[in-house]
Structure formats: structure tokens, C-alpha cells
Design a binder for this molecule. Sequence first.
Ligand code: CA
Length: 240
Amino acid sequence: MSAQVILVVEDEMDIREGIRILLGGEGYTVLEAGSGEEALEQINEAIDLVVLDIMLPGMSGIKVCEEIRKNSTVPILFLTAKSQESDKTLGLMAGGDDYLSKPFSYAELIARVKALLRRYCVYQGKKQNLLLDDNHVLTSGRLQIALDRNDVWKDDKAIDLTEIEYKILALLMQHPHQIFSVQEIYEKAWEETYTYSANSTIMVHIRRLRTKIEDDPQNPIYIKNIWGKGYRYETGKEVY
Ligand code: CA
């Protein structure tokens, strides 16, 4: 098995070097970028994880994350300064998966990296082998959905969804971790041209969908609202 590849984006050479030696010692292949621009040049499908400093000269870590998210679901671990609490929220909103506050111990870094890689591999492994069975049933966490008919289950119990709810869920579940704007959701589920007035309609349907699939609809773990951007499906906390 080839080593997993981690891209470390950090302008402070000492820190970058430390992380490289540390992760290299754990058997990972480590690529380095000293700026956001360099990171975007290096990013490719072979990379399994990105460690991304928020404070970079030029393009910020947040911006880099947003750019990566345009076509990749690679897990992103942000490094933030402890004093910058708001950076965490910004980072997660931009599509980051986790963050670590500086200064961090190497043990903490290794633990986060391993947790993210494990979670990502579970998902990838399922996607490739297990997720879609011969009956066109997609499994993700505790939810299952048939992709060729309106059949949905949670913990093997059938859930009754309207056609629209089913279409929304099918769209999101097939692209976990990918953010869909309300416009994309509307045009795919309703198959009509989106206008701004459709927003409240979408919200109502997503709220109803949540009451059917979430344990706690007020605190959803499957369908996440990414503020100002849209919605994305997460595979559920139990996978983490
Ligand atoms: Ca920095």
C-alpha cells in the first residue's frame, strides 16, 4: 500500500519543517507549500489530507480552502492562532473539517490527522466498495436510499418521504461533503428555474426532511446548513 499523502501549507518555515519531520516519521508522504498560491498549484487527487494555516501572506488559508472545495472533498485541517476564535468558525464555514489552535503539541496534531484520514478512508472505502449495492441502494451512516426509486431507510426502518424530499436527499447523499446552493437544489429537485422567492420553499422542505431523518431536527447532523452558501450532506457523527 502506498503511503498517504499530506500537503502542509504554512509560511513559517520552522513550523512547516517540524510538521514535515513529524508526519514523515509517521510514514506519511509530506508535500510542502509556503503560500496559498503554491498550495493551489500542488493540489491534486493524490493528496489525502491538507494541513492549512489560516494566516498566510497573500492568499489567506480561508480563501485557499474555498478554492480547494470548488472541486475536492479532501479533508482539511486548519491551523489557527489561539487568539483568533473567529478564525475557527470562518474556517469551518469555508469547508474545513477540523482545526487545531497554535501552539499545539505534536501528539495533538498526529491525533487530528489520523482521525481525519480514518474518517475519510471509511467514506472512500464505502463509496468504492460497499456504498452502492446491487439494488441501487446507497448506504451512508445510518441512512440508506434507493437511487432508482423513492425508498429511504434509517436503521433499517422505512422512512416516508415526499417526492421532493426524496430528490433533495438523493442529490445531497450522492455527493457527501459537497455544498449545494439553494439554486442548485431547487433546479435539481423541482426541475424549474430558480428565483429568489424559492428560498423559503426550499427551507420548508428541508425542515420537513430533517424532521424525518434527523434524531434531533433542531441540531441536524446529516443535512448541514452552510451559512450563506447552501446545504451539504454529512455522513453522520457515528462515522467520525
Ligand atoms: Ca502563518
